[in-house]
Structure formats: structure tokens, C-alpha cells
Design a protein around this ligand. Structure first.
Ligand code: S3P
Length: 171
């Protein structure tokens, strides 16, 4: 493979799962940018947000992103990764960007499941307000997500097979 594949999309759109599936189909390795940040700093993402705050996290994220090269295969990004600094431009220049586009109710359903509401950015958001929060947040972030080379509608049947085909055709 010539370039790493960067999976982007809102929280709960299935980026980590897709990275695993794709790496199996393409026979390469897969990573998660949040995991790489955690390993590098010896803290969970939640601990980083709690002890150092979001701005410090965004700087770590920017730095970790720029350490990725083709040896990383497929990498799932954090939901905010493409939306800060010039990260999206860096990703487009250094990898194949793939956006997982999911509808608001799909994201809300996944994010309201036990365990998922504990994400740092969703802390303090009441379950009843989650849909409105996601709609507004996604609207703000869409500009960055839509710059991806490949956009996948995860609500359609067979989208994963189609994606594998598109990526194979790029090489
Ligand atoms: C974030 C998403 C999280 C994680 C951090 C910030 C965001 O990753 O990077 O909590 O800004 O959307 P996931 O998209 O994997 O939940």
C-alpha cells in the first residue's frame, strides 16, 4: 500500500470497527489514533481531558497524527481530529481519507448506549438533549469531514464492500 488510510467521522459512526474490517480485507495493520495518544502519554483520553484539558489534548493529537506513515495501514481518527489546526490538509496530503457518514438518529442511538455517554465531550449532555447536541456539533464539523477523498453512507447495504473496491482501485 502506498499511503495510510485515515478513517474520519463523528463519534459513534463506527470508525474503529471499520478500521479493523478494512485492515483484514487489505491485509495490513490497523491503529486507533486515541490509543496511540494514550500509549504515548500513559493516560486514557478521559484522564488527559480531566487533568490537562481539551486544548492540550488537541496539541497531542496534532503531534501524534504527524507520526503516521504508510506502515500504519488503516488508522481510525478521533471524531475531532480533522477539525483542528490544519489536520485535514495534512491527512489529505499524506493518506487516503475516508469519511463515514451516518444519520443523526443512528449516531444518537449508538452514543446513548451504556458506556458511550462517558466520552469527555458528551459529559454533561443529558440523554434528552443528545440529539440536538449531535445535530449542532455535526453541522459544525461537516465542513471538515466532507473534504475526505471517499465518503461512505454507512446506512446503505454493501457500503463496506464498495469501499474496499474503491480503495483497491486507487492502487
Ligand atoms: C473526540 C472523539 C473521541 C476522542 C476525544 C474527542 C471528538 O474519539 O478523540 O474524546 O472531538 O469528537 P471517538 O470519535 O473515537 O469517540
Amino acid at each position: 500500500m502506498q499511503k495510510p488510510i485515515f478513517i474520519i467521522g463523528y463519534m459513534g459512526s463506527g470508525k474503529s470497527r471499520l478500521a479493523k474490517v478494512l485492515s483484514e480485507s487489505l491485509n495490513c495493520s490497523h491503529y486507533d489514533l486515541d490509543d496511540l495518544i494514550s500509549q504515548a502519554h500513559g493516560k486514557t483520553i478521559e484522564e488527559i481531558f480531566n487533568s490537562e484539558g481539551e486544548i492540550a489534548f488537541r496539541k497531542m493529537e496534532k503531534k501524534q497524527l504527524r507520526l503516521l506513515d504508510e506502515s500504519f495501514g488503516v488508522v481510525s481518527m478521533g471524531g475531532g481530529t480533522p477539525c483542528y489546526f490544519d489536520n485535514i490538509d495534512w491527512m489529505k496530503s499524506n493518506g487516503v481519507t475516508v469519511y463515514l457518514r451516518a444519520k443523526i438518529p443512528t449516531l444518537v442511538q449508538y452514543l446513548s448506549q451504556a458506556g458511550n455517554v462517558s466520552r469527555p465531550l458528551l459529559r454533561g449532555v443529558q440523554k434528552n438533549d443528545l440529539s440536538e447536541f449531535v445535530a449542532k456539533h455535526l453541522f459544525e464539523r461537516q465542513y471538515f469531514y466532507e473534504q475526505a477523498l471517499i465518503s461512505c453512507n454507512v446506512e446503505t447495504l454493501g457500503w463496506e464492500e464498495e469501499l474496499v473496491q474503491k480503495i483497491t482501485n486507487l492502487n
